[in-house]
Design a protein. Sequence first.
Length: 365
Amino acid sequence: MHTIALNDLSRSNAERDAVKAAILRVVDSGWYIHGPEVQHFEEEFAHYCGANHAIGVANGTDAIELGLRALDVGAGDEVVVAANAGMYATTALRAIGALAVFADIDDEHLIIDADAAEAAITTRTKAIVVTHLYGRMGDMTRFRELADRRGIALFEDCAQAHGARHAGHCAGAWGDAASFSFYPTKNLGALGDGGMVTAKRETTAQRVKRLRQYGWEKKYVVIDGPARNSRLDEMQAAILRVKLPFLDGWNARRREIARCYAGVTHERIRHPDIEGADYVAHLYVVRTSARESLRKHLRDSGVACEVHYPLLDTQQPALRTSSAAKTPLPVSERAVQEILSLPCFPELSDAEVMRVCDAIAAWKP
Ligand SMILES: *Cc1c(COP(=O)(O)O)cnc(C)c1O
């Protein structure tokens, strides 16, 4: 019996011929950086998200960094973030020289808690980052109201939430700016690295366009910074254009798999909330106080599993002596001991999904 992988990218073959044709189109075009594919993909992605602007960049972490810089976050500014979201936003803030101020998460969705976020705001706070973790969106109606009332910027990290919708608006359309990653395992993945910033205002979009390319206003004329070289290339843009029309269908299949898992009741397992269009099942994360036992049982049953993420940002060796790392985060600290991700990707077969369900049901802690 084969082991069911957490993810198997070699199976995403539905659009294989179209991807090959797109790659050849770019090869033959002789135009490999910032050409028509990137421009079209930016337009198509902005349209898909209902965002005013979309600007391609090299990856999802750069998208956070450049998006926040474009919102005027600079060295010494404070930005409120969750500590359980894989260190990506914190990495971007460290590159800027801004200070991550950690706020606890809500126990139901494991996303930054609005009350905790508000309590973390000081006179130095420039922005809140809401990471739509595991494919579940934060309560953006609430965060939008909070950011507007307190006069700070709202930033969404949508790397796990392509296509998720809250109150009729997509992830990426709520924030003053938002970031996406097209890392191959994301709900919309490239065949390499890629990222996108979406922006509410034209001025923010123009700044990201400058910051992703040396601070240029036009070729060789630098008017902005500190800037970077962080470009989405033509090849990845062309591939992503082929894949974008499949995204809603893939998300529907992810939800279907999540529904099967959620149907398995087990007294020691807490399932995630899978209801609503604001969940696109990027990861299916269960919680249990007996995680090591469940992990071993699944492995022995031929089901891969993984922890996203095993360390809070505040527990990272590079950060744990910093003063920001001393904030008590009781909900985050408990959840990080209990979470376990099960295989959840669109190409899983029904038989494999059943095998995962049977394995969960058979667990005797
Ligand atoms: C993957 C991911 C990122 C980073 O994306 P890269 O393209 O790998 O830089 C950022 N935030 C979250 C929540 C992610 O899952």
